[in-house]
Design a protein around this ligand. Structure first.
Ligand code: BGC
Ligand code: BGC
Length: 847
């Protein structure tokens, strides 16, 4: 054992991050790099005296309860009678009755139930009010009917802190309608590598914009420190997140590792925090990510020495979604180290019960000191008192509660429309195609034209922003709807084409397309090129060939290399993820009718636009700095600028890269690949959370392996002679991979395999041989298995390998359950015979 390399490595890496060794941590650190507060907010002695009095009455169980936040998907109001927790939340897919389309009244009723359970104590112990936190990250986006504002990346382009403040005020008002008192916003990430799936949650790559907006959004949500109604009457608690380095992880990997210097961490990634604190930030959320290899959740230096001591933060630090589990030596169910490092409240969505018991034990054992426990509870009580929660009646009796007309209120929609117009950036307007003259015949096409889901993006009703249709947005306007209104008002005609065909010669075509919704790690990419799944480029070039001027409206969560489309467009607008009022963009595209307000493009890039698919970290201030469009770029309608033809050569390389190695990562097919589910009646493309083949012979839903929803579960029901799951999307040349003795790597979980289940590769024509799945798997399996199947075992002829249509086809007649986390090409180390070709089961799924 002692001579084996593995445990040794694990031991050293734990040592470097051991939260029990803060001195060692601080030896190499320089706290002077961090800004000390310019003005201290002094504690209110009367309020602190109330905290003392409460603390004196609280038992150790009462105290530990305050440290824990549970998700409403895993806790019932009744549980709070036994477990006196400090807070609850609704994660991205959690909602009343497990229905992300629950009515505002159902949200409010549930808030009342949680309140009632918390506030009724028969044991004479003090009642500590509960907090309910929600991700209102672009409006109160989890609730049907709410105003959904542009995602932060668009707001950054508006350069308008007062607009941000108004968005914060409107959002807070909509939140209290449904009974919550706390938002997990604003995100203060300064995203520096646009491969990151959360780039759109970042206002800018530039720290100064993030700093200005931090203050504006916090004041909007909470009220300014000078406001007597602060945190009262239609105001909610804000959360500055995710402290720290979330936007600086290596290669833009979500929850990854920031290798920034301490100076970069403080001045770039930390830029928003001093202003957030000055604006009265009460809650800060710790980042899932690491700094220099150590998880922030375990860093006493960052959380306590820097944030609380040096920067003077006196509110409470909440953890992220089970993020404590990633600290060395921790699990979702136990993590004294995170509390000792400085986390005051665990976000323990489904782990809350066990975590409560283990934390209680940690306190009794002294692993969590009395002093640290008391400080954490003190901070939570302080914030609850400041928010007036001890005096607040039940949620439905608070000001504005239940006023559902405030959700999507015309005044809020007007703010959203203004935000959409101010965030759009005009990248190209050759021959001044825009504005489109009144009276024109306008053709509108593209998958994003009439699609609320695509214009709202992730964190909208559902976590990934998928599964939504037009009906789920009673308040709002699609881009097509906005254009149709505006064109008709100007005396013209508009036609929406779903398939690219049209009648009559349009004067101009507006094509709306971009990225499909995603959130968090599901949005991580390996390059920053737009991948065109819908042949938009062909559409654009055909239109141009027919002499029709083309206007692209591009919907995306990040700047993307899109040169071929830029070339094929006369005008090109980066509209980001505009939200429910996407239709407001129309007023920018069309010349106003006589007498109407003249609008112009004022949006300017808050992120540098990449010149190649590989320019993933191109940021203002870099040397050399060679973006396609620099930070701050953006045309006005009057600018007679001609964007010359741009280099398109990189396009071919992206396809190779995408198609080259990984087909399905963390349960999600890597574009251009997708999973297609076949049965006797046809096939269904697997998009979204739950899908099934036409006859229900094959079902797919998302499930967990190493993280939340990072795998898919495929269920062959055994109906109608079986079903096939196949990865499709492009044509792949596997000749080199076969010569190089690569393997097909699968990370899967199959408790039972019917004898007729096979694994195969598909070519244009006949193709090699199918392998029996049962022969590939180890006979004894316990959970997830990593399978390496040498490509040569499929026996592909050279001309077959040259044109592979599907790198993975699984067929079964009988019933079978199969979890799939990863499908990729992987090297084989050593020798692997054809059968048996499996390696031993392992629980981590990593090799
Ligand atoms: C939740 C999200 C959360 C994510 C974390 C999802 O199931 O709905 O709120 O951020 O898990 O992995
Ligand atoms: C995200 C946070 C979010 C939390 C609750 C996490 O996965 O990182 O930003 O606030 O889930 O949904």
């Amino acid at each position: 054992m002692a001579t084996s390399l593995l445990p040794l490595l694990a031991a050293t890496s734990m040592l470097a991050c051991d939260p029990a060794l803060p001195e060692r941590d601080s030896l190499v650190r320089d706290i002077e790099q961090w800004p000390a507060p310019t003005h201290h907010r002094s504690l209110d002695p009367a309020l602190e005296a109330r905290v003392d009095a409460l603390l004196a009455e609280m038992s150790v169980e009462d105290r530990v309860g305050q440290l824990i936040q549970a998700d409403i998907g895993s806790i019932e109001p009744e549980d709070l009678r036994e477990y006196r927790l400090g807070a609850i939340l609704n994660g991205g897919n959690s909602a009343p009755n497990d229905d992300v389309r629950a009515s505002p009244a159902q949200w409010l009723a549930l808030a009342d139930q949680f309140f009632a359970a918390t506030n009724s104590r028969e044991d004479g112990r003090p009642v500590i009010p509960l907090l309910w936190g929600t991700d209102a990250v672009h409006g109160h986006n989890n609730v049907v009917g709410a105003t959904v504002f542009p995602h932060n990346i668009g707001l950054g382009a508006a350069r308008a802190p007062t607009l941000i403040r108004r968005i914060g005020e409107a959002t807070a008002l909509e939140i209290v309608v449904t009974g919550q008192e706390w938002s997990f916003a604003p995100t203060l990430a300064v995203a520096r590598d646009d491969r990151w799936g959360r780039t759109y949650e970042s206002y800018s790559e530039d720290p100064s914009i993030v700093a200005a907006y931090a203050e504006a959004m916090i004041e909007g949500l909470q009220g300014a420190l000078s406001d007597p109604n602060r945190l009262r009457r239609g105001r909610v608690l804000a959360t500055a997140k995710h402290f720290i380095g979330d936007g600086g992880t290596h290669e833009g990997i979500d929850q990854g590792n920031a290798i920034a210097t301490e100076r970069e961490l403080a001045l770039i990634h930390g830029a928003g925090y001093p202003r957030a604190l000055a604006a009265g930030a009460e809650v800060i959320m710790a980042s899932f990510s690491s700094w220099q290899g150590c998880k922030v959740h375990g860093s006493r230096y960052l959380l306590t020495s820097v944030l609380k001591e040096r920067m003077g933060f006196d509110g409470f630090l909440v953890g992220d979604w089970n993020a404590h589990a990633q600290v060395a030596g921790c699990s979702p169910q136990e993590c004294p180290h995170a509390i000792m490092a400085g986390i005051d409240m665990f976000m323990a969505p489904n782990s809350w019960r066990t975590l409560y018991h283990s934390t209680l034990r940690n306190v009794r054992d002294g692993e969590i000191t009395e002093e640290r426990l008391e400080d954490a509870v003190r901070r939570i009580l302080r914030v609850k008192l400041r928010a007036g929660l001890f005096e607040a009646p039940k949620p439905s009796a608070r000001p504005f509660a239940g006023a559902s007309d405030l959700l999507g209120h015309p005044a809020h929609r007007a703010i959203a429309r203004e935000a959409v117009q101010r965030s759009a950036v005009l990248l190209k307007n050759n021959q001044q195609v825009l504005p489109i003259s009144a009276g024109s015949h306008v053709l509108v096409l593209g998958p994003g034209a009439d699609d609320m889901q695509q214009q709202t993006g992730g964190w909208t009703l559902s976590w990934q922003g998928t599964g939504n249709t037009r009906e789920h947005f009673p308040n709002g306007q699609t881009i097509w709807e906005g254009i149709a209104d505006a064109v008709r008002a100007a005396g013209g005609t508009a036609q929406l084409s779903r398939d690219g065909t049209y009648e009559g010669q349009p004067d101009v075509a507006i094509v709306v397309y971009g990225e499909a919704p995603y959130a968090e790690f599901q949005g991580d990419r390996r390059h920053v090129a737009f991948v065109d799944h819908h042949q938009i480029h062909t559409n654009l070039t055909n239109l141009k060939a027919s002499g029709i001027p083309t206007v692209s409206v591009f919907l995306s969560g990040r700047p993307l290399w899109v040169n071929p489309h830029l070339n094929a467009s006369d005008a090109f607008v980066a509209a980001w993820l505009p939200g429910t009022e996407g239709g407001a963009i129309a007023e920018l595209l069309l010349a106003p009718v006589a007498g109407a307000r003249t609008l112009d493009f004022t949006g300017r890039l808050s992120f540098s636009w990449p010149a190649t698919p590989w320019q993933t970290t191109v940021n203002r201030g870099d040397t050399p700095y060679e973006p396609l469009f620099a930070f701050g770029y953006g045309l006005s309608l009057d600018d007679a600028v001609t964007v010359p033809p741009l280099d398109e050569a990189d396009g071919a390389r992206i396809e190779q890269l995408d198609a080259g190695r990984e087909f399905l990562v963390r349960g999600t097919a890597v574009a251009p690949w997708y999973l297609e589910l076949y049965d006797a009646s046809g096939s269904t493309t697997a998009i979204g959370h739950r899908v099934q083949s036409p006859d229900d012979a094959l079902r797919l839903r998302r499930r967990d392996h190493l993280a939340q929803e990072d795998a898919v579960q495929l269920t062959w029901t055994g109906r109608d002679g079986g079903a096939i799951a196949r990865l499709e999307g492009t044509t792949l040349d596997l000749r080199r991979a076969i010569n190089g003795d690569m393997a097909l790597k699968l990370v899967l979980d199959t408790p039972q395999v019917p004898a007729d289940a096979t694994l195969a590769i598909r070519c244009a024509q006949t193709c090699g041989k199918a392998l029996a799945l049962s022969a590939l798997l180890p006979p004894v399996r316990d959970g997830w298995t990593t399978l390496l199947v040498p490509l040569r075992c499929f026996d592909l002829a050279d001309e077959q390998a040259q044109e592979v249509r599907s790198p993975l086809e699984i067929r079964a007649g009988g019933a079978m359950d199969l979890g799939l986390h990863e499908v990729a090409l992987a090297p084989i180390e050593g020798v692997l015979e054809c059968p048996p070709m499996s390696i031993a089961a392992n629980t981590t799924g990593q090799r």
